[in-house]
Design a protein around this ligand. Structure first.
Ligand SMILES: Nc1ncnc2c1ncn2[C@@H]1O[C@H](COP(=O)(O)OP(=O)(O)O)[C@@H](O)[C@H]1O
Ligand SMILES: [Mg+2]
Length: 357
């Protein structure tokens, strides 16, 4: 039995909008699961439904062995951390962290022990008597974490908790959340629209699109074997290049300007004449002067990133980017590309579904 299970959950809002279109998920004990997807895809709705802040329209939600979708939020043994921290401004840090425990009738001594232990882990010991207004954004975020931790819930839910922080603090808090979650071992569901945050934090990622799950997998699985063009484009920066093409026989692709590219033999899943997208990640392509099965590339703009350079241009009139360790300016803008044949991604043109192994 998993720690959290969603079974075909549908959420239709009063205005008729279907924000969850049958979401099923099985989350393991102690797992750090990240829900990621563009704004409006239903991440917060999913989290709020788990917490009981939204009622669901159909389906079931189970925590450990218990069905909880009919239970009020307070009975679900969950702690949630929000983007806006939701701290009480008139209370000290100590009382903000103690609040949930007082409500649950813990003794003063118990409360002091739990709050002091959490404050120590979060390096908030010196700030316990301050009010939230006297803290930095990162410290407020830590107080919100502390308030969740002291309750030792079955489940942590995080809704974009780092979005209000500046870049360096976001990185620092990201590492801290990961470290805390590891040491506490509490099953966690973390929502973000930020693909880097998602990739770095997750044991497993759930990529959502328009109220549906596109793919579930480890960061490596979803990056290296995206099952749809949506996932392929969503993860990675610059995004994966997707070239419209037609399969010729079993091992050639014809791009829309007529050039032919050799690819490894394709088995049953694809047929001669099938319309596809050829997906190539910017870091899996290099410039060359020699070899067979090359792709013609027209360079337009290069961007210096320090360690690497991005080169943007076109292949068969489709935008195409490369990530190169070195690129020296040339007289010409016409180049040939090679690619690692093991690192190609093929998607059906109509459905966007992956068709190669
Ligand atoms: N209370 C509501 N009533 C109607 N539609 C809503 C409500 N809350 C959210 N939505 C809609 O449901 C969709 C999913 O919203 P949300 O779960 O907040 O997405 P995300 O967190 O991924 O940005 C959006 O189209 C949003 O406009
Ligand atoms: Mg949201």
């Amino acid at each position: 039995m998993g720690a959290l299970k969603l079974d075909n959950v549908v959420k239709t809002y009063a205005n008729g909008h279907q924000a969850m279109k049958g979401i099923s998920l099985d989350i393991n004990e102690g797992e750090f699961l990240v829900l990621v997807g563009p704004s409006g895809c239903g991440k917060s709705t999913t989290l709020r439904s788990i917490a009981g802040l939204e009622s669901i329209t159909s389906g079931e939600i189970h925590i450990a062995d218990e069905r909880v979708d009919e239970l009020p939020p307070a009975k679900r043994d969950i702690a949630m951390v929000f983007q806006n921290y939701a701290l009480y401004p008139h209370m000290t840090v100590y009382n903000n962290m103690a609040y949930g425990l007082k409500n649950r009738g813990y003794s003063a001594a118990d409360i002091a022990e739990k709050v002091n232990a959490a404050a120590k882990m979060l390096e908030l010991t010196d700030y316990l008597q301050r009010k939230p207004g006297q803290l930095s954004g990162g410290q407020r975020q830590r107080v919100a974490m502390g308030r969740a931790m002291v309750r030792q819930p079955k489940l942590f839910l995080f809704d974009e908790p780092l979005s209000n922080l500046d870049a360096s603090l976001r990185l620092q808090m990201r590492l801290e959340i990961k470290r805390l979650q590891r040491s506490l071992g509490t099953t966690s569901v973390f929502v973000t629209h930020d693909q880097v945050e998602a990739m770095t934090l997750a044991d497993r990622l759930v990529i959502m699109n328009k109220g549906e799950i596109e793919q579930v997998g480890t960061p490596k699985e979803v990056y290296h074997k995206p099952q749809t063009t949506f996932v392929a484009k969503f993860l990675g920066s610059p995004a994966m290049n997707l070239l419209p093409a037609t399969l010729v026989g079993k091992n050639q692709l014809k791009l829309d300007d007529g050039q032919l590219i050799a690819i490894p033999d394709q088995e049953d899943a694809v047929q001669d004449g099938q319309r596809l997208y050829l997906g190539l990640r910017p870091e899996n392509v290099s410039l060359t002067n020699e070899g067979n099965g090359l792709i013609n590339f027209v360079a337009k703009v290069s961007e210096e990133l320090g360690a690497t350079q991005l080169l943007h241009g076109e292949v068969a009139n489709t935008p195409f980017s490369l990530n190169l360790s070195q690129f020296d300016q040339h007289e010409t803008e016409h180049f040939s590309l090679t690619f690692d044949p093991q690192q190609i991604h093929l998607f059906d043109y109509e459905t966007g579904e992956r068709v190669n192994a």
